[in-house]
Design a binder for this molecule. Structure first.
Ligand code: NAP
Length: 412
């Protein structure tokens, strides 16, 4: 029997003095009686997970993790702005956490709001976003409208003294992002870009592996994110009016990953794109970011082609491969020069039995939601994982890319 979990490795699931959450690993083998044994380990990521997660180590093992520290933020009431695909996925994903309360939903039209409320068992619905943000029982608004409307809707919520979790891409440009951040700061209200990537357990593991020096100094990132969109079924992705295009749909993730590895401000940005001949929207973009003379990222994104959407991080002593989609990783392989590779796998959080998602791996939206709730409960106004400065800096990088590829998007 082989396992991809090498428990003798220093960066394996062992004690991490900085963390408080304990997890009980109970291991089962699917084919024969074999156990990695029971053990208490400390959990390496910040979001408190108090629900059960099935944890698979290849097909041969199934681990059930139960976090015995049920210190969960209760009493935070969500309002959902917009009833589109990601709003459905977000609400469906967080519905597995019984303590999470979704108080209300708002839509531009009553029937959508009513349908969404009924489907997700939400007590109140509104036929406008203005009514939603006036609901005094709502603490935090999840902005799930198209990219070009994020600024308007985030400002609307903040102006009604609501905390805000705003979908990616946060705004159309850095100037808009600064405007939203400025209002949240002046009003001392919580605000975060709903960039779910850094809250995934294996993203946290990747950062831990790097900080422990296992692959040496990180020098190069190769990361893509792209899929072949059905432009007839999903015309919004080709529509500048709603902020379509590869860069805003997917490109923000490799740009954000580069910022986590090398810093928020590249010293040089070079980009080329294939623009759609009818709408001028960016269908495929390739980007080179440099950070001084020694560090570099090569990134690509597309809404016309399925790209290899993993990421490989190259260091002076080895590399890390994030398979499939690096924005929501479920498998991580660490290659240290001259040693056997180590594979970490983490399955998706449990979903409700009847849950259907529009997007891959949407179960993992619960990670960012729990992070936000923990912070709002502590009266924090900013995430230390996804701070305002990173959001704004990444928007500046995106602005430079857009200028270079000649892409103009409308602002509202
Ligand atoms: N985190 C992720 O993994 C992820 C995945 C996909 C998308 N996203 C982001 O989530 C946001 C929404 O994407 P989506 O795929 O859910 O889009 P969608 O299905 O088109 O839904 C967007 C919703 O926004 C509302 N809306 C307000 N003004 C609108 C307008 N002028 N035109 C169209 N809709 C308008 C609508 O809700 P009402 O009709 O109820 O008002 C609509 O249902 C985008 O910013 C996208 O980048 C994030």
């Amino acid at each position: 029997m082989e396992t991809t979990l090498n428990t003798n490795r220093p960066m394996s699931f062992q004690k991490n003095k900085g963390s408080q959450g304990f997890i009980c690993f109970i291991c089962f083998c699917s084919k024969q009686a074999h156990s990695l044994g029971k053990r208490l380990v400390q959990h390496g990521h910040t979001a408190e997970r108090f629900f059960q997660i099935n944890f698979c180590q290849s097909e041969k093992f199934k681990l059930t993790i139960t976090n015995n520290k049920h210190k969960m933020a209760t009493g935070i009431r969500w309002g959902i702005l917009g009833t589109g695909r990601i709003a459905h996925d977000f609400v469906t994903a967080i519905s597995v956490v019984p303590q999470i309360q979704i108080a209300a939903v708002g839509s531009r039209n009553e029937s959508s709001a009513q349908h969404f409320a009924q489907r997700h068992n939400i007590p109140r619905y509104y036929a406008s976003y203005e009514q939603l943000v006036q609901d005094s029982s709502v603490d935090i608004i999840y902005v799930a409208s198209p990219n070009t409307f994020h600024k308007e809707h985030a400002l609307l919520a903040l102006n009604h003294n609501k905390a805000v979790l705003c979908e990616k891409t946060f705004t159309i440009n850095a100037a808009e992002a600064e405007q939203v951040v400025d209002l949240a700061t002046r009003k001392n209200l919580f605000l975060m870009e709903a960039n779910w990537m850094p809250f995934w357990p294996l993203f946290i593991k990747m950062r831990q592996v790097i900080s422990e020096g296992l692959i040496g100094e990180v020098e190069f990132l190769q990361a893509n994110l792209g899929f072949k969109n059905n432009h007839e079924l999903n015309p919004g992705l080709l529509d500048p009016k709603v902020g379509g295009g590869a860069l805003l749909a997917c490109g923000i993730y490799p740009v954000t990953l580069a910022s986590f590895l090398f810093g928020d401000t590249p010293t040089s940005v070079t980009a080329q794109a294939k623009l759609n001949e009818n709408t001028g929207i960016d269908e495929t973009v390739s980007i080179i970011l440099k950070y001084g003379d020694k560090k570099m990222a090569s990134l690509s994104t597309s809404i016309s082609n399925f790209l290899d959407s993993g990421a490989t991080i190259y260091g002076t002593k080895g590399s890390i491969r994030m398979d499939q989609m690096h924005c929501c990783p479920t498998k991580l392989t660490v290659y240290v020069d001259g040693e056997e590779p180590i594979v970490y796998e983490e399955p998706l959080p449990t979903k409700a039995p009847d849950a259907v998602f529009n997007f891959p791996n949407s179960e993992g939206l619960v990670y960012e939601a729990l992070h936000v709730m923990e912070l709002v409960t502590q009266a924090k106004v900013e995430s230390d994982v996804m701070p305002h400065s990173k959001t704004v800096a990444n928007m500046r990088t995106m602005d430079t890319i857009r200028q270079q590829i000649g892409l103009e998007l409308p602002t509202h």
